[in-house]
Design a protein around this ligand. Sequence first.
Ligand code: DBV
Length: 248
Amino acid sequence: MTLYQPFLDYAIATLRDRLDLQPYPIPPGFESKSALVGKGRHQEEVLTTSTAFAAPKLRQIRAAHVQGGNSLQVLNFVIFPQLNYDLPFFGADLVTLPGGHLIALDMQPLFRDDPAYQAKYTQPILPIFEEYQSHLPWGGDFPEEARPFFSPAFLWTRPQENEAVETHVFAAFKDYLQAYLNFVDQAQPVTDSHALADIEQAHLRYLRYRAEKDPARGMFTRFYGPEWTEEYIHGFLFDLERKLAAVN
Ligand code: DBV
């Protein structure tokens, strides 16, 4: 059992329980990828597996799980709503590297500075955020240009111990996911054409940023090469532009 497998198992079981899950296609060759990394007795297999679903109101629910031994574990889990809902993105980036853990967990807003949007999608999360802040203090240094994509309830922390991940981070992950699914339950379709255009722009802004700045690009390129990596990023992890191009 690896550090983030229980997170992924919990997420899938919860999604099955609360949503009408449908399959979502993973491009051939990207469901599972492995490479041998390092030399001699430091050699280690690095396995990356992908999971994806769709559901009513949710365009793509997807996870990338990297397992490369005790000092390399990643679960990147994102939910992209359909473009006719004003729902935020559910974003979890759970990263374990030789230097420790790096945890990012948020309902990433479409419209960061809109007070009505904050009242709807951030205020209800603040009590959960505050509950975990004492155990999971602010993680410090953070790319300034990423700030518009995170809410005031952004849980960003760098715990040293596995135990903090297995207890507090896991509990926070569960609470954020349940709260997100409450938002999904309540969401009503948007029909106003101006509002729809704003939502599409917000999705594209987010997605272009993440595809361009993906902090895992260097790691994936080292393990699996540049071709596989670019196709994984644009064809699976952040695929909206491809999907829009395919229908237009
Ligand atoms: N991050 C991803 C995907 C990953 C992934 C798809 C599948 O978006 C992993 C893998 N994140 C990953 C790795 C690192 C980080 C770091 C491997 C470590 C990179 C390294 O140190 O070499 C949140 N993730 C980070 C960082 C942040 C995030 C802020 C630190 C990066 C830095 O300090 O420069 N999540 C990440 C992010 C956004 C988000 C930037 C922006 C919207 O949603």
